[in-house]
Design a protein around this ligand. Sequence first.
Ligand SMILES: *Cc1c(COP(=O)(O)O)cnc(C)c1O
Length: 411
Amino acid sequence: MNVSKAQERDKYDSLAPLRDHFCLPDNTIYLDGNSLGVLPKAVLDRLQTTVATEWGTDLISSWNTHGWIDLPQSVGEKIAPIVGAAPGQVLCCDSISINVFKLLATGLALRPKRTTILVEAQDFPTDRYIAEGLAQLLGPNRCVVKAVAVDQLEQALDRDVAVLLLSEVNYRTGYRHDMAALTRSAHAAGALTCWDVAHSAGAMPVAFDQADVDFGVGCGYKFLNGGPGAPAFLYVAKRLQNQVSQPLSGWLGHRQPFDFTPSYQPAEGVLRYQAGTPSVIAMRALEAALDIFDKVSLAALREKSLALTRFFLECLASQACFESFGVLTPSDPECRGSHIAITHEQGFAIAQALIAAGVIVDFRAPNIIRFGFAPLYNTFEDAARSAAILGAIMAEKRYLEPGFQQRQKVT
Ligand SMILES: *Cc1c(COP(=O)(O)O)cnc(C)c1O
């Protein structure tokens, strides 16, 4: 019954035709676009040209003639509207981890009398690991990391907080913060903010400028579909750009890299946040993947994302097994990202059984199964069928098969 209802909703979904722009494998329901977005068809041609013509034929001249050298900036400008940033504030480069390092160091330099980097204890660990690495490097008189529970964040914003580092959408629970409100609280306490939008950019509008955010980072390979290991991006609000320089002062963040001068002179604006040579092939893949966002309104994407996750929750609730799961994701749409997280003590094995049945989800320790809904290509039918398959797996206790207990390196 859910499936026919879903097909009806797909029929009236104005974004449904976008699915044709993606290579989706047969007989698979892909619900992991929040971890690795699917391959956009446009990427195949773009990479063919990049490799065969630009690299293969034009070789080193391509740095100028094909604009390779400007890719961090030009791809950054393609990402800018997706995160609500006016031009000149977004750079596409490195990984989130490396970008967090640059931005936190900058934030501390802008708040020289303060030492605390405030993080949420349950946030994606790399952000905190990087903060702790920076603290170790600078010593406790200059930097300490304070991790608090999500409901303690506001209270923890004391006079020693230099930077509040936070994911807009939590990678495990799918909880979505009010970015503007928390940024206001941080600013009222004299702190700067660094928002990680890895689980929001590309699935919903992000409003960096409007929320008066100071720094931001995000991911190229999740909802932006840039491919495995795609470069990440960073945002630095215009008003903060030329006050201090960042510590990974590589040659491509230099004002005149090809003068090869012995002393470092940071470039103007966000360009100083570049360190070394961009990964051109990966940049081209992400650049091609971003084209689809020209065809769609982010508000419509958000509306579909919320409709998909709500519909999936309804389908789940209609399964007999529903009682045996915990639901971590808020039902309030304002507080919900684009994935649904459920818990079960056999979560790992259940996720493996789903994958074996063609429903690609992922598992997050200790007991969480994530169902990611990418509004560019997922359908209501995906939601209905995956809930029904979960129901069948639970009814037959298929997850007890010994093969489903085997853990690999990547979950
Ligand atoms: C995926 C993800 C990252 C990934 O960081 P990389 O350094 O780019 O590998 C960071 N933060 C969050 C919140 C993520 O979801």
